[in-house]
Structure formats: structure tokens, C-alpha cells
Ligand binder design. Structure first.
Ligand code: 6R9
Length: 632
């Protein structure tokens, strides 16, 4: 852990070095990894392409840096500690030695099934250790994993399978979530009716519910691993070979496949993990995210395991069997670093402090927050009732595209301020831009958040459509990566993220494109047109408010609203289901036919006396009708 920062002056010193000479800075960090062949150049880049390469011509396998690297030093240390949904079921622990064996074994299985370097493997699994084993086995054989959150519908799954032309799907029979047993394999079967690239499906048995297995295509996990060798020689990958594709929402309808590569991602995930959380050998670390999101990739699997950490993996939900579950787990495993989302904090806050009372939470040293802005009230609750005022909170701002944490306090080192992500990590050169494309220099400024210089964990492309990557991230401001977030830099130079400035809404820390939700709503045969906006929601951060024009013949409003909700659940998944659906006679449009979302947003949030200029509207009448029918 030679790259560990220990003091605030150490942070400033490292930050200065990282800006003065980024190549040397990152070369030094990268030197602590095992490379099969060292790189020729540290960095080749331009943001016009964009074309970014880190550790050029370096050869490695990321899993050697997770498994072989730790085998003879900390082989018996728990790598993954799994806590099942049902607390009465026995948990499981995989030590680094056992993880090595399992990953090797499944790598051999993938080989046997014909998976080769560059092939795509979809992972659509519950939160079980095998999901992490699957990711690492893909990485070990040089295949590209694309994890799809198991809450997505068969349509959404099929879109992702087809976009990356996956050869293999790894899944389960079903999934436990709280009291529910959710069918999973059936969803995969439906998705595969609309996909042609998949040759093999491997099914992990979790719920023992009945499933259909297609001869020659579908295999049980326990069958395919039985008798398979637990030794495997990791395949050599290039620094810039794709490690994984992860789909995320943007402002257009179609989710995009964010591409991360082996070398840079590896270096960045480990560096940020150790410094932000101030992880020390032997600590027990728990991130409550799902591996279907980037947070699960970087901070349940890759970052912690590259650091030789013990990473807890929890299958269930925060409120089952009761609202004390998180705290029961913290005490049970003596968790030292706990990393969760503001939406979970707010949801638990609503139960009061009683569910916390039976637990000591003594082991906690660091608390983390990710996914959306944390409001001050939730920050204080977390700090007082969970951290007992002794644990620093790291409010970590980053994105699927950034691969790892970008702006965050270093735990116990950077003085914190509620609701502020504070300062950029070493290597991260931020810029705040105004709408005219001018950089806002100095403190006490507010604008759009950009990054001026590459960092190792950054997005390389959007899969299959490089131009989309360029348009989305590198075109708004010349020579800069545009994050899509608004930001304020206060008088101390501290950063506070203000939320998305594009058509992306953040529901419980999940990114949803408004266009994506509208497309799903429009699938309902009676829907003529729709417009979706976000509005402030007590627990979810933002809720989804949909304005829909419908053909109402033979339908009651309530029926239609329910049907539309079902349609969205079917097309995307329950996370995209609108909280409020208002049937409207028309939408506020400009003369050129553009929907004025600003007005819809204002109505949704209830600030009707502050609608701004409506003079360019084609039919200002419509606004009155919308206000009359507004859903509280
Ligand atoms: C890691 C992750 C990214 C978007 C991002 C921003 C919001 C994430 C935040 C935050 C304020 C934080 N976001 N962390 N906003 N403070 N600490 O969440 O990735 O799912 O791609 O979402 O989430 O708006 O642009 P992803």
C-alpha cells in the first residue's frame, strides 16, 4: 500500500504531483501491480476522438492481481463473505485461496463452452458469490462480462444481449428478495426468444423453483463445474482490451454500453478504494450496492479484491426481516467500512432510531455514500445515529463512465461538510463550465462539471457506437469530458454536486433516461404521447412524473394508469415505473413542436407560480389544464 495518503498535506502534495506530471504519478501507482509485460508509454490521448490509452502495450490479467497475488500472503483471509437474504440461512465465506480455486474452475468451464478472448458473457444473477466468480472467470479468460441488474425485464435484458451479441448467459433459477421469490430463468427464456447470438446458458440453482431447461443450450451450474480442475492459467490481455461493458441510461432512449478496459480500470479501482476508504489490511468492508451497477463492479468486486480486502456481499434488502437488518449485519461481521446510498439511508431514517437500538455498531470506522446527492438531513442522521459522530462520511461522486470515485473526501483526512463531495482525488482535473463554454475560474462559482485530463478508469467508448461516446461526453465542451452534472464550488473550493443537467433522472440512485421511460410508456397501444420528468421525492431522491396523452375510449383513468405502469415494468423493469401518471389533454409545446419540459418539471414539483416565460407556447391553455389535474 505504498500509494496510501495519510494526511491532508499528503493529499495536497500527491494532488500537485498528479497534475504536474500525471504520467509519472500513475506509473508509480501502476508499478505496484503484477504486469506480464510492462507498458511502453503511460498515456496516449486526445479528447477529440476521443482516443485514450493508458499503460500502452502493457500485458496483464486483472485476476492475477486479485488471486495469485494474494495466494501466498493472505490465502486464508476471507475475500468474499456472503450474507443471504434470509438471516436464518447459513452464510458463506470464500477465502482468497477458495476464490482462486472457484474462479479457475469456472474459467475452465467457460473454455469448455467455447468462450474465447473477446467473447461477451451476460451475467444476470442474484447477489451470490458465484456472480463475482463469474465476473472474475470472464476476466481470467479474456472474455468481456456485461452484468445486467436482475431486476430488469426480459425486454431490457434482450436489448443488452443483442447489443453486445452475447454468446453466453449466466443466470439463476430464481432470486430471493425479502419475502419474495422471484423467477429469473423464465425471464431469460423470454429474452432469448428475441435473441440469436446466445449459444449457452448456465443456471445457478438458488431458489429451487421449477424452470425449463433447453436441451443443448441450458446447463446447471453445479453440473458443469463438477469434476472440473481448479487450476487455470490466466490468459494474457492487453491494457486496452475490454474488461467489461456496463449498460447505463443517458438522455436518449437507448441505454449505452460503457466500455472499460483492463489496465487503467484495475489501477484506478484499487487506488481509489484504498485511499477513499482508508482500508487497512484485516478490515472488513461492506458495500450494499448490487453488482448490476458500477458501484458493485468497482467497490464490491474489483477494488476491494485487488486490495486483498474482505468484501461483504449481501443478497437481501435493508428492511427484511426488519429495518434493523443492515445494522445486524454490521455487528455480525464487525464491519469497519460501510458504503451505501442516500436512498437507503432515507428509507431507514423513516423507521426512526428504534431498529438501530439493539446494535452497537462499534466496529464502524468509515461511512460512505454514493449514487445521488445526499441531503443534509440524511447526512446528519447517518453521521449521528449510524456513525455515532465518530465516523467520517465519504460522500463519493462518480459515474458508470468514470469507472471509480472522482470527487470525495479521504476518510478521516479531508475535513467533511454535509452534502459536499469535497475535493477531487489525485489525478482528477476538474473544470466548471458556464453555458457559453467558458471555464469558471476561482471559488464561489456554479456551472457544469467537466474533466480536463484523462484518468486511468475513464470510459473508452460506448460499445458499437464510438460516435455516440464522442457526442455524449466530448462534444459539449471542446477538449473536455462532460459529466452531465451541475456543480457548485464554494468559497473553500469544496465541490457540491447539484444533480443532472440533462434528461437523466436519478431514482433511488438508479439512472433513468426520461426518453427511455417515455418510449416504454408509448408502447401502450392507447398512449398517444408522453413526457416524463423527475420531481423531488422524500425517499427516492427523485420520483418519476409522467404526463400522458391517451385515447380514453372505453377506459377509466385508473385502469389506464395501472396498465401504463405495467407496461413500463414489462419493458424496462419495476425501477422505472412512474410514481405519478397524469392523463393530460395536451403537452406544452413551442411553435417548433418542442415539449417545454421546464414547465412540466415546475408543475411536478409544485412551483406553479414560477413557470417562467410561457409566451412561446403554441397553446398556453394546455398549461392551465395540466395544473388543474396535477397529482399531489
Ligand atoms: C456511481 C454511480 C452517476 C450519477 C452522477 C450523479 C449521481 C453519483 C453522487 C451523485 C451527487 C454523489 N451521483 N454519486 N450525485 N453526489 N455522491 O452512481 O454511477 O449509476 O452511473 O450514476 O449519479 O448525477 O452523474 P451511475
Amino acid at each position: 500500500m505504498s500509494d496510501r495518503i495519510h494526511t491532508l498535506s499528503g493529499y495536497f502534495h500527491e494532488y500537485q504531483k498528479s497534475v504536474a506530471d500525471p504520467e509519472n504519478f500513475w506509473a508509480r501507482v501502476a508499478d505496484s501491480f503484477h504486469w506480464k509485460k510492462r507498458w511502453d508509454n503511460v498515456l496516449d490521448w486526445n479528447f477529440e476522438g476521443p482516443d485514450v490509452k493508458w499503460f500502452v502495450n502493457g500485458k496483464l490479467n486483472i485476476t492475477e492481481n486479485i488471486l495469485e497475488r494474494h495466494l501466498f500472503t493472505i490465502g486464508d483471509r476471507p475475500a468474499i463473505v456472503w450474507e443471504p437474504n434470509d438471516p436464518t440461512e447459513e452464510g458463506r465465506t470464500l477465502t482468497y485461496r477458495q476464490l482462486h480455486a472457484e474462479v479457475c474452475r469456472f474459467s475452465n468451464v467457460l473454455h469448455e463452452k467455447g468462450v474465447q478472448k473477446g467473447d461477451k458473457v451476460i451475467i444476470y444473477m442474484p447477489m451470490v458469490p458465484e456472480a463475482a466468480v463469474a465476473m472474475l472467470a470472464c476476466a481470467r479468460v479474456g472474455a468481456i462480462h456485461s452484468v445486467v441488474f436482475a431486476g430488469f425485464s426480459s425486454n431490457a435484458l434482450a436489448d443488452r444481449i443483442n447489443d453486445c451479441e452475447a454468446k453466453v448467459v449466466l443466470t439463476s433459477d430464481g432470486n430471493f428478495r425479502g419475502k419474495k421469490k422471484i423467477p429469473v430463468k423464465g425471464v431469460v427464456d423470454e429474452a432469448l426468444d428475441n435473441s440469436s447470438s446466445v449459444e449457452t446458458v448456465i443456471v445457478y440453482q438458488r431458489t429451487e423453483q421449477e424452470v425449463t431447461m433447453k436441451e443443448g443450450r441450458d446447463f446447471w451450474w453445479h453440473d458443469v463445474i463438477s469434476g472440473v480442475a481448479t487450476e487455470h492459467q490466466a490468459v494474457e490481455t492487453d491494457s486496452e482490451d475490454t474488461l467489461f461493458i456496463l449498460y447505463t441510461s443517458g438522455s436518449t432512449g437507448k441505454p449505452k454500453g460503457v466500455v472499460h478496459t483492463c489496465g487503467g480500470y484495475m489501477v484506478y479501482a484499487k487506488y481509489t478504494f484504498e485511499n477513499v476508504f482508508q482500508y487497512n489490511p484485516g478490515d472488513v468492508y461492506w458495500c450494499t450496492a448490487d453488482i448490476g451497477w458500477i458501484t458493485g463492479h468497482s467497490y464490491i468486486v474489483y477494488g476491494p479484491l485487488l486490495s486483498g480486502a474482505t468484501s461483504i456481499m449481501f443478497e437481501g434488502v435493508p428492511t427484511f426481516p426488519d429495518a434493523g437488518r443492515f445494522w445486524a449485519i454490521v455487528d455480525k461481521y464487525k464491519v469497519n467500512q460501510f458504503y451505501t446510498a442516500p436512498t437507503a439511508i432515507r428509507a431507514l431514517q423513516a423507521y426512526g432510531t428504534e431498529p438501530i437500538a439493539p446494535y452497537s455498531l462499534d466496529s464502524l470506522k468509515v461511512l460512505g455514500s454514493v449514487g445521488e446527492p445526499i441531503n443534509e438531513e440524511a447526512w446528519h442522521w447517518y453521521h449521528t445515529h449510524i456513525g455515532k459522530t465518530k465516523c467520517p462520511i465519504v460522500d463519493t461522486w462518480w459515474q458508470t463512465e468514470t469507472g471509480g470515485i472522482m470527487v470525495s473526501p479521504l476518510a478521516g483526512i479531508t475535513p467533511t461538510k454535509p452534502a459536499y463531495a469535497t475535493l477531487p482525488l489525485p489525478g482528477i482535473q476538474l473544470a466548471i463550465m458556464d453555458t457559453e463554454g467558458k471555464e469558471l475560474i476561482g471559488n464561489s462559482v456554479e456551472g457544469n462539471l467537466c474533466v480536463k485530463f484523462p484518468w486511468p478508469g475513464m470510459i473508452r467508448t460506448t460499445y458499437g457506437d464510438h460516435d455516440r461516446c464522442k457526442q455524449t461526453y466530448f462534444s459539449a465542451y471542446k477538449g473536455m469530458y462532460f459529466t452531465g452534472d451541475g456543480v457548485k464550488r464554494d468559497h473553500d473550493g469544496y465541490y457540491r454536486i447539484l444533480g443532472r443537467v440533462d434528461d437523466v433522472i436519478n431514482v433511488s440512485g438508479h439512472r433513468m433516461g426520461t426518453a427511455e421511460v417515455e418510449n416504454a410508456i408509448n408502447e401502450h397501444p392507447l398512449v398517444v404521447e408522453s413526457a416524463v420528468v423527475g420531481y423531488p421525492h422524500q425517499v427516492k431522491g427523485q420520483g418519476i412524473y409522467a404526463y400522458v396523452i391517451c385515447d380514453m375510449t372505453n377506459r377509466t383513468e385508473q385502469n389506464l394508469v395501472n396498465e401504463i405502469k405495467d407496461t413500463v415494468t414489462k419493458i424496462i423493469g419495476p425501477i422505472a415505473k412512474p410514481d405519478k401518471i397524469q392523463i393530460v389533454p395536451g403537452l406544452p409545446k413551442t411553435r417548433s413542436g418542442k415539449i417545454m419540459r421546464r414547465i412540466l418539471r415546475k408543475v411536478a414539483e409544485g412551483s406553479m407560480d414560477n413557470l417562467g416565460d410561457t409566451s412561446t407556447l403554441l397553446d398556453p391553455e394546455v398549461v392551465d389544464r395540466i395544473i388543474e389535474g396535477r397529482i399531489e
